[in-house]
Design a protein around this ligand. Structure first.
Ligand code: ADQ
Length: 457
């Protein structure tokens, strides 16, 4: 069995795995696999060797960034160019030349450090938008092993992509992988459309694309969870702390402008305006820990939400009822599972989202006998899989979202069970082991097909 080498921004800890990706990949890494990630330590000068860490079920090695690289590669190109680009917010892009230069240089340096560690029959699986050029840099160093990439966020359409003045270079990066995995079919279609605009690109059959002699397979692999494990966690979780007098609508997101939080708060305010009978009967619990606070767009969204929740609470609260509880902290997984299970409605309404695992976790956490209702944005990748069971909404339409909340709060038990069963089946059929195996099988296949064929004579 060949060794799996995973590269991601976050390096898992050596103790019990909790992050979704670690759970997803640990079986494939169990036979001496290697995981390379960011140490989250800033150094003065760029290092040329990875640091090995003890502990854990597989080998872990890290790279450091300098302060300048943290600013230009991480906060800059990754989170102020690629993140807004992929989430349909080109207006928030900061196209500074030093960002792109740093992105190229950091990926080149990491490629060199990884190439030194590689064994001949390794398979390399690169995770996410921080490392789009890593495959290209590894190929420049003569690495011939299979290299796959998985993008956790949406792929931009050709219009947004045209806002990158170096789009041709990005297409070259993509073509250097054997497999370019995306979350949803809509992303595959966007990627193929973008490729069509690249100079010299050829679209081959079945999602294969060719650019300057490099052939890459593009396909979708909707990321998933382990629903059994999450359901168990939810059943055993403490639910104390919920206000039993009011039906809870729960929202759980990183505080990010892609998650549609202001629209969600406005819709909830609209619900309270339109249905005064709900006063004291419903409560929105929004958990949203701040992230990337060094980026201005993230400070702005935080301010906007504080204002909005204050405004709605001010207009509707009574002495013994707070309409919105807005919590600015991260909540441990077990607690979160219990909160999902105790909530009548799960509100997942991003304006753009690769998949959204909160939607899947909310469903997995429900009590099969008395399940809650999922309200899901049509712009979450998860909508391609859960459209039968969730109430699908347009997060830009405030009145429609408010009505979906009212419908969910009043939905009869029979319909709730039916919807839940249909979603639970999708989660069971396409769980995280399925996701991993689909990707790794496709990676082997596309690498094999690009190898020079032996002449049978
Ligand atoms: P995220 O944007 O972080 O991930 P999401 O998939 O919703 O979005 O969440 C990932 C994990 O973080 C989930 O397990 C969730 O429970 C946890 N989480 C989110 N908010 C939390 C909170 N407030 N407190 C505690 N835990 C929280 C990116 C993409 C998504 C894609 C994932 C995985 O943006 O579209 O689904 O990667 O590929």
């Amino acid at each position: 069995m060949s060794r799996l080498v995973v590269v991601s921004n976050r390096l898992p800890s050596g103790s019990t795995p909790s992050g979704g990706l670690v759970v997803a990949l640990q079986d494939a890494l169990a036979d001496g696999g290697l995981w390379v990630g960011n140490s989250n330590k800033l150094t003065d000068t760029p290092a040329d060797r990875l640091t090995r860490h003890e502990g854990g079920k597989f080998t872990r090695m890290s790279f450091d960034l300098t302060e300048e690289e943290q600013r230009d590669f991480y906060l800059g190109y990754s989170n102020s160019v690629l993140w807004p680009l992929c989430h349909d917010r080109v207006d928030l892009m900061e196209l500074l030349p030093q960002y792109l230069e740093s992105y190229r240089a950091v990926n080149k340096r990491i490629a060199k450090m990884i190439a030194r560690e590689l064994q001949p029959d390794d398979r390399i699986w690169v995770q996410d938008y921080h490392f789009l050029s890593l495959g290209y840099e590894l190929r420049q160093l003569g690495v011939t092993q299979p290299i796959g990439f998985f993008l956790h966020i949406p792929f931009p359409g050709p219009n947004a992509f045209a806002a990158l003045s170096h789009g041709q270079e990005v297409c070259r990066w993509i073509a250097a992988f054997d497999l370019f995995g995306l979350q949803a079919r809509r992303d595959v279609s966007a990627c193929l459309q973008v490729f069509r605009t690249a100079k010299g690109a050829e679209l081959l059959l079945n999602g294969r694309m060719k650019l300057e002699d490099q052939i890459v397979q593009v396909a979708s692999f909707p990321i998933a969870i382990d629903p059994e494990e999450f359901a168990r966690t939810a059943r055993n979780a403490p639910t104390a702390g919920l206000d039993d007098a009011a039906a809870t609508i729960i929202g759980v997101d990183r505080l990010d402008y892609s998650k549609g939080l202001p629209q969600r708060f406005r819709a909830y305010g609209h619900l309270l305006d339109a249905h005064p009978e709900l006063s004291g009967q419903v409560a929105l619990l929004q958990i949203a820990p701040p992230t990337r606070e060094a980026v201005k767009a993230y400070q702005d969204i935080r301010d906007e939400l504080e204002q909005l929740s204050g405004h709605i609470n001010g207009a509707h609260a009574t002495l013994d009822w707070t309409p919105i509880r807005y919590i600015h902290r991260s909540v441990p997984r077990e607690r979160l599972a219990g909160l999902y299970r105790g909530a009548r409605v799960g509100l997942v309404t991003p304006l753009a989202d690769g998949m959204n695992l909160v939607a899947k976790e909310y469903v997995a956490a429900q009590d099969a006998d008395d399940p809650g209702v999922l309200i899901l944005s049509k712009f979450a990748g998860a909508a391609e899989q859960l459209f039968n069971g969730a109430l699908i909404v347009n997060p830009h339409d405030i009145a429609e979202m408010a009505e979906a909340m009212n419908l969910a709060l009043n939905m009869p038990l029979g319909e709730r069970r039916e919807r839940y069963q249909s979603m639970r089946k999708v989660l069971a059929d396409k769980d995280v082991a399925w996701w991993r195996e689909q990707f790794l099988t496709a990676l082997s296949a596309s690498w094999q097909s690009s190898q020079p064929q032996m002449d049978p004579a």
